[in-house]
Write a protein that binds this ligand. Structure first.
Ligand SMILES: [Zn+2]
Length: 484
C-alpha cells in the first residue's frame, strides 16, 4: 500500500509539473462540491437510518469526516468557520450500504442466459453507486476478482471515486455452472482451497452459487468462518432451511430462489429456475406452515436476507416504468440501451403468460413476513439479468419497491443502512445519523418520507465528510455502461 502510493507519486510528479495549469492536484476534485473541514447542513429533514419517523428542520454538523452533532436548527450551535449549506426543502439519510453491488454488467447481446457474459465496469460502476448514495458496498460475487480488488485500492487511496467496498471472492459454483466465466469447484477440498487463496489475496466476503454441492457449501462456510468472514448464497441446489442449518450467514434474493418447496427437488441438485418459479407462482402460499417454519429457522440461526426487488421487477412486463429507464439511458452505451429495449419489448409481447407480476408480489410478502418475524432484511442492486438495472439506479428503485412492499420509507432506508451495517459489524461507524458516526450522508431534494421517489433526486453524497456532486458523477459515465 505504502509502496504503491510512493510509486504513484513518482509517476505523477513530472506529469503534474508539465501540466500544472490543467491537471487537478486531486483526481477526485472534478466530482467534489463540498470539501471544507467543518460543514453545517442546516434546516434539513433527517431520516436517521433507525427506522423511526423523520425529524424536520435539523442541523447536522460534520467535522473532519465525522458527524459532530445533530439537533433542531433553532438551538443548533454552528461552529464559526463552518461551510453552511441551507437545505430547506431537502432531506438527508445515511449513506446506503448496498449488499448486492456487482462491479460487472451483462454484456450487450447476452439476453439469453446460455450466452450470459459480463464485462467489468471499471470506471462507471463505482461512480454510479456513489452518485446514487451508496457509500458502502458488498460486491456479492466477483468475476474479475483481481480487478475488483485493485478498484477498491484505487478508491481507498483517493485515486478514483466510489464507495467503500467489501470485495467478495469468486463465485463458489459447482458442476453445471451456466457462466463460462466461473470456476467450477471439484469438491469440498477445492472450495476450502479457493477461499483460503482469495482470503490471502484480499477478498473479505464470499458467495455460493446455484450449483454448489452441499459438501462444497459446508466446506466453504467453514473456511470463510475460519477467516472471521461471512458467506452468502444465491442458492438453488441447497434449500434455505438446509443452508441455515449448515451455518450460512446470508441468503440472496429471497424466497423466489428457495427450491425447498419444489415438488421435484432432489437433494443437492438445482432443478432449474423455471419449474421452481412455476410452482411458486401457482401453488406456494406465503402464509403456509412450511414457509413460516423456514422463516423461523432463518431467524433462529441469524441468517440475513438480501432483497433484490429491482432486478426481479425488470423481468415483469413493462417494468420498471419508462421514466425510470430514461434516467439510465445517458450512462449507457448505445448498443446496451437498444439491447435492453429489445428484451423489454419481448417481455411485453408475452405479458399475458408472465409469472412475474405474481412472483414479485409473493417475494414482497415474504420480505414483510421475514422482517416481521425478526429477520435481518438488507438490500442491494444486483445489476445483472438482461441489463435493465444499472449500478446505483437499481438501489434507488429497490428503496421504492420496499415501500411498495409495505415498509414505511423510514423502514426501507433502515433496511438499506442500519440493517446492513449491523450485518457487516460496522454499526458503530456507519448506517445511522448520530454524533460520532462517519459522515456518510445522502442529501436529496424533496421528502422521501412523503414520496419515496425523492431518493432519485440526489444532490450530494457525503463520504467521510467529503461532498460529491451526484450529477457530475453520473455525467462522467456518459455512454460507457456496457463498455467500461
Ligand atoms: Zn448477484
Amino acid at each position: 500500500m505504502h509502496k504503491l502510493c510512493l510509486l504513484a507519486a513518482c509517476l505523477l510528479l513530472p506529469f503534474s509539473v508539465a501540466f500544472a495549469q490543467s491537471a487537478p492536484a486531486n483526481p477526485l476534485a472534478p466530482y467534489i462540491s463540498v470539501s471544507a473541514p467543518v460543514v453545517a447542513l442546516t434546516h434539513v429533514e433527517v431520516i436517521d437510518g433507525t427506522g423511526t419517523a423523520p425529524v424536520a428542520d435539523q442541523t447536522i454538523v460534520l467535522d473532519h469526516g465525522a458527524i459532530a452533532s445533530v439537533g433542531p436548527s433553532a438551538s443548533a450551535q454552528v461552529p464559526s468557520g463552518a461551510q453552511v449549506l441551507d437545505l430547506r426543502g431537502h432531506a438527508v439519510y445515511p449513506g446506503l450500504v448496498g449488499m448486492h453491488e456487482h462491479l460487472f454488467y451483462t454484456e450487450p447481446g447476452s439476453a439469453a442466459l446460455h450466452a450470459f457474459a459480463t464485462g467489468e465496469l471499471i470506471e462507471t460502476a463505482p461512480r454510479l453507486y456513489l452518485a446514487a448514495g451508496v457509500t458502502t458496498a458488498r460486491t456479492t460475487g466477483s468475476i474479475e476478482t483481481y480487478t475488483d480488488l485493485r478498484m477498491k485500492q484505487a478508491i481507498d487511496s483517493g485515486a478514483s471515486p466510489g464507495p467503500d467496498f467489501d470485495i467478495t471472492g469468486p463465485y463458489l459454483e459447482g458442476p453445471g455452472a451456466f457462466s463460462i466465466q466461473m470456476h467450477v469447484l471439484s469438491g469440498a477440498a477445492d472450495a476450502t482451497r479457493l477461499v483460503n487463496y482469495w482470503a490471502r489475496e484480499g477478498a473479505t466476503s464470499w458467495k455460493a452459487y446455484m450449483d454448489i454441492t452441499p459438501a462444497e457449501l459446508r466446506a466453504a462456510i467453514d473456511a470463510a468462518h475460519a477467516h472471521g468472514q461471512k458467506l452468502t448464497g444465491h442458492l438453488c441446489s441447497v434449500g434455505f432451511t438446509e443452508a441455515a442449518n449448515m451455518g450460512i450467514d446470508n441468503l440472496e434474493h429471497g424466497i423466489l430462489v428457495d427450491t425447498e418447496f419444489y415438488s421435484g427437488k432432489k437433494p443437492g441438485v438445482c432443478p432449474g429456475q423455471r419449474p421452481v418459479e412455476q410452482e411458486m407462482a401457482t401453488k406456494l402460499d406465503m402464509n403456509s406452515l412450511p414457509v413460516k417454519a423456514m422463516i423461523h429457522t432463518l431467524v433462529a440461526h441469524h441468517v440475513a436476507v438480501t432483497s433484490t426487488l429491482a432486478i426481479f421487477e425488470s423481468f415483469a412486463p413493462n417494468l420498471p416504468p419508462m421514466t425510470f429507464m430514461e434516467r439510465e439511458q445517458g450512462p449507457m452505451f448505445s448498443e446496451a440501451w437498444s439491447g435492453v429495449l429489445q428484451t423489454r419489448a419481448q417481455i411485453a409481447e408475452h405479458a399475458n403468460k408472465s409469472l412475474w407480476p405474481v412472483l414479485l408480489k409473493k417475494e414482497m410478502q415474504f420480505e414483510r413476513e421475514f422482517a416481521a418475524a425478526g429477520g435481518l432484511l438488507m438490500a442491494g442492486c444486483d445489476p445483472t439479468g438482461y441489463g435493465a438495472i444499472l449500478p446505483g439506479f437499481g438501489d434507488q428503485r429497490n428503496l421504492e419497491l420496499l415501500v411498495q412492499a409495505g415498509f414505511t420509507p423510514s423502514q426501507a432506508i433502515e433496511i438499506y443502512t442500519q440493517n446492513a451495517a449491523k450485518y457487516l459489524g460496522r454499526e458503530n461507524r456507519i448506517g445511522t445519523i448520530a454524533p460520532g458516526k462517519q459522515a456518510d450522508l445522502v442529501v436529496v431534494t424533496g421528502d422521501p418520507a412523503k414520496d419515496i421517489s425523492a431518493v432519485e433526486q440526489v444532490d450530494l453524497v457525503f463520504k467521510k465528510g467529503v461532498g460529491y456532486d451526484s450529477q457530475k458523477l453520473i455525467d462522467s459515465t456518459r455512454g460507457m455502461v456496457g463498455i467500461r
